[in-house]
Ligand binder design. Sequence first.
Ligand SMILES: Nc1ncnc2c1ncn2[C@@H]1O[C@H](COP(=O)(O)OP(=O)(O)OP(=O)(O)O)[C@@H](O)[C@H]1O
Length: 645
Amino acid sequence: MKQLRSRSSGPRPPLALAVPALLAVVFLMLPLAGILARTSWGELGAHLTSPGTTQALKLSLLVSAWALGLSLVLGVPLAWLLARVDFPGKAFVRSLVLLPMVLPPTVGGVALLLAFGRRGLLGPWLEDTFGVTLPFHTSGAVLAATFVAMPFLVISLEGALGGLHPRYEETAASLGASPVRVFLTVTLPMVAPGLAAGAALTWARALGEFGATITFAGNLPGTTQTLPLQVYLLLQDSPEAATSVSLLLLAIAMAVLVALRGRWAGAPRSAEASHRTAEEPGPEPPDDGTPAPAAPPAPRESWSLHAEVTGFDQLTLDAEPGTTIAVVGPNGAGKTTLLRALLGLTPRAHAALRLGDTDVSGLPPHRRGVAWVPQDGALFPHLSALANTAYGLRAHGVPHAESRRSALRWLGRLGVGHLAGRKPAQLSGGQAQRVALARALAACPRLLLLDEPLAALDQTTRARVRHTLRTHLDGFGGVCLIVTHDPVEAVSLADRVLVLDEGRVLQDAPPGEVTRHPRSPWVARMLGRNAWPGTATTDGLRLSGGGHLVAAEPLPAGTDALAVIGPEAVSVHRGRPSGSPRNVWPGTVREITTSGSRLRVLVSSTDAPDLVSEITPQAAAELGLAEGVPVWTSVKATEATLVPR
Ligand SMILES: Nc1ncnc2c1ncn2[C@@H]1O[C@H](COP(=O)(O)OP(=O)(O)OP(=O)(O)O)[C@@H](O)[C@H]1O
């Protein structure tokens, strides 16, 4: 009721639009009303069960079923090609697919005659080689129906494939599935609603086909006379019977459209999974990081990494087995491009890649042994957590039962064994991440790529999953690359932090080193530190934005450098401090935010760049700090570290 009220109380449509729209509805309704009004209901049964009509109905069902079958066999691969592959002449092929939809069907029939008729391009050859004569034969009616109906399948499926994010297919490939297996086990099930809609429309169109059939295949009772052709004949001899058969066709078409609207029209099911929230619908085990007691140890093999990347990203990366590298950098730095290059999935960068002793550079993605966990996990929504986890093993030829046992063990290790039977849509963000990780690890990769694995999770879940991740990465024998924007993630998970900017390596060092000596203002700020660029002087730094900083350990004068100041080293005062600090600036509090149990106070000044100070809430209260309050900031010379750039 509430919804009804709110709908009716919406803005009134302007008359200039409402009137023609109403006329359009009436225009579409009237012919249908005509059929309903003129149907002789008393004779309907007799008309529809007359021998001619039942024969035509059987033929129609046969022809439309064959047309649907042919459309599926030819149209599904064509739709996939149009949606997934860039090839020259694609626009032309797409127009070709659409052509039968806009071409007058009789013209289509003429065209078919000129191609497959007795004197057509292929007709004589078909007749000589296979003894097949298509015109005036049921197979001709099938051909005509396929010609006009297949576009509905191709267009509908191409649309569904376009709405399916390629990361599902790419993830399946990274788990070792060949392109055909990916198509059959991931692509097709995920676009099933679009495929079903396309198939239903195709079938309905084939059932109603008239013009091309009569032109190409003729109107032979029992051979090519389908229901629409029979309506045409009946119209001359028995208009009432024609109306009854028309009603039958109308009812079938309407039934298909009503069914489509309710069940199949709309986005592919993937959307469901990608909009998963961090809510916890099911119980969580108390300690996610604890391996299940019964789980046998993971197979321990080890693979080092050597990669030389060229293209947008230009870097060389070497890592010992078991190393976890956090890949950080500003937006557009090339982090995702690096991962995709290692997977062999982008033309924007190429990776010469050696994993252990094997050079995998020339191998397709599914044979590289590089597993990828995209940001949202990209669990296949039509498979249970268990089947998702077993996916890579099955792709590697492990028998069904064994792969499920192994998958169950991995889910147990990741603390989500009790959720094995659930579909991804029934998992929380944290649970899904763990299943995605279990799936990647179960495939025994030699290189593991995690793309912002914790980004979609709330703070509490994030801490728990980070702990789980740390535990399981410790047992992983390959190299793991984690793209992250989160400094805590970078510092707590990684053995090394790789800082990228514009596709180049800005810094590649252990987390402690990057924290102490960040090489760019971006990294320093990401790690929560103040970073001021400038040029070294004999006693400190001439700041790029104006002002001067005194540092206890200056660099050679003229060096392009970065001053790094921890926020805890910045003191805030209400009056000008008189003690030892060499660096003192007046300023105004611009923003106060919380950071754990402390407060971060952002102070802007005309004499120095913005400065963040971290103080206790008690100190802030004693100083009476609030936004807009004038203050003084000070930094000891010993607390300012100068880092060459
Ligand atoms: N398909 C593409 N075609 C053209 N340019 C692209 C394409 N994908 C990415 N780029 C560009 O390549 C550069 C690196 O992109 P990439 O996605 O690797 O950055 P990123 O570090 O992962 O960024 P973010 O943190 O925003 O995800 C950017 O300049 C981006 O605009």
